[in-house]
Design a protein around this ligand. Structure first.
Ligand code: SAH
Length: 371
């Protein structure tokens, strides 16, 4: 196992984090220590099923191995800067990921499930016009350990409640950090770890088409696509990556993705912005794009944040849009805002990010230069 294969959290003095290492990498790690491959399964059960963070408590490992692990590796989680509880039961953690950067994780309990919404990047470079994270700019990709830590921390703190679903809908674009996101997905679906079914792990993307294609062959978990506009002209403005991968190309990748998973439906997210994308003719254009395809639509009332420049659609516009799309034959749901009293709703996650990139996708694609 080469240390460079895993992104190390800098604070741990160079110690390897076992969190975020998927089964095959753990096996390799233990083989290098002359240990049997099944040690990987044992350690995963301790970390992810019994929520254990002290090697000494891992009694089915030999004392020698426990000592070795404690010396060589770390299970340290990022410090929690803030914990918030919403009146509706939603919980939010603000995690310090070093370098004055912080990211957010949200747990949303519902009667029959508990969904954890995790972040994959400090900030985001995609610069979607209506997203609070995008407005902050991009700092860096989170390591697999930092992404996995969010799940481990939440699982520990919400017990005896459990995480039944994980969605990559927090800060960042998961497919722009593919290398570190994939191992986490593999752990989430591993029976020795969380054992979630693929339909209960959702990657949400603004449309990084080449990585959608790659994900289809690597691990076809549930896919959600942030469409938000029925025409390229409008989507170019709202979701700038559309200028690189326009709607037709994106949808082709989506249908190929669905074909690889027995046509399980892809969710198309559509944030409703007053007077921008919420008219009945636009709903009809949306139907044309998605009709007779393995698609369902999730309408998201816009969650306002200061200086976004957008307003949420009126209730009557939301209802009319929903009815039109539904009558067009598409399964259509409206996402109920959760945790908005603690700014935990979609697109409100801002954490703390210092934009290191400055030039964001919108600028790059438009050819504008940046200071
Ligand atoms: N980068 C991923 C994950 C982002 S967040 C993606 O683009 O899909 C998950 C969803 O929240 C996306 O559909 C995103 O477009 C949406 N969203 C972003 N800002 C929002 C806001 N202010 N109100 C409502 N939804 C928002």
């Amino acid at each position: 196992m080469s240390a460079s294969a895993v992104t190390l959290p800098a604070k741990d003095g160079g110690k390897l984090s076992l969190l975020g290492m998927p089964g095959p990498r753990l096996i390799e790690f233990f083989e290098n220590l002359d240990e049997k491959p099944y040690r990987a399964q044992q350690i995963m059960r301790w970390l992810y099923q019994r929520h254990e963070n002290d090697f000494d408590a891992m009694t089915d490992l030999s004392a020698v191995l426990r000592k070795q692990l404690a010396e060589m590796t770390t299970l340290e989680l990022p410090p929690v800067l803030k914990r918030e509880h919403s009146d509706d039961g939603t919980r939010k953690w603000l995690l310090d990921v070093g370098g004055n950067q912080a990211v957010e994780t949200v747990y949303i309990p519902e009667p029959n499930r508990g969904t954890l919404c995790i972040s994959s990047q400090a900030g985001c470079a995609l610069d979607c016009a209506f997203c609070a994270t995008g407005h902050q700019g991009f700092n860096r990709n989170l390591s697999s350990a930092e992404i996995m830590s969010q799940v481990v921390l939440a699982a520990r703190e919400i017990a005896p409640a459990t995480i039944t679903n994980v969605v990559f809908m927090g800060m960042g674009e998961p497919l722009a950090n593919y290398r570190n996101v994939l191992p986490v997905v593999q752990i989430l679906i591993d029976d020795h770890a969380y054992g979630l079914s693929r339909r209960r792990v959702t990657i949400s993307t603004a449309g990084v088409v080449p990585q959608i294609v790659k994900l289809a062959s690597d691990c076809n978990v549930a896919l959600a696509v942030s469409l938000h506009a029925p025409t390229d002209e409008l989507r170019d403005r709202l979701v700038p990556i559309n200028r690189v991968h326009p709607i037709a190309e994106l949808l082709d990748a989506c249908w190929a993705y669905a074909a690889g998973q027995a046509s399980r439906q892809i969710t198309f997210e559509y944030v409703l912005l007053d007077g921008v994308n919420d008219s009945v003719p636009q709903a009809r254009q949306l139907i044309k794009l998605l009709r007779n395809r393995p698609a369902k639509v999730n309408l998201i009332p816009f969650n306002a944040f200061p200086e976004s420049g957008f307003k949420c659609s009126t209730q009557s516009a939301i209802d009319a849009f929903w009815k039109t799309v539904r009558d067009g034959g598409l399964i259509t749901t409206i996402r109920r805002p959760r945790g908005d009293d603690i700014a935990a709703a979609c697109g409100q996650l801002a954490g703390r990010v210092r934009d290191r990139q400055r030039v964001r996708l919108g600028d790059r694609v438009m050819g504008a230069s940046s200071p």
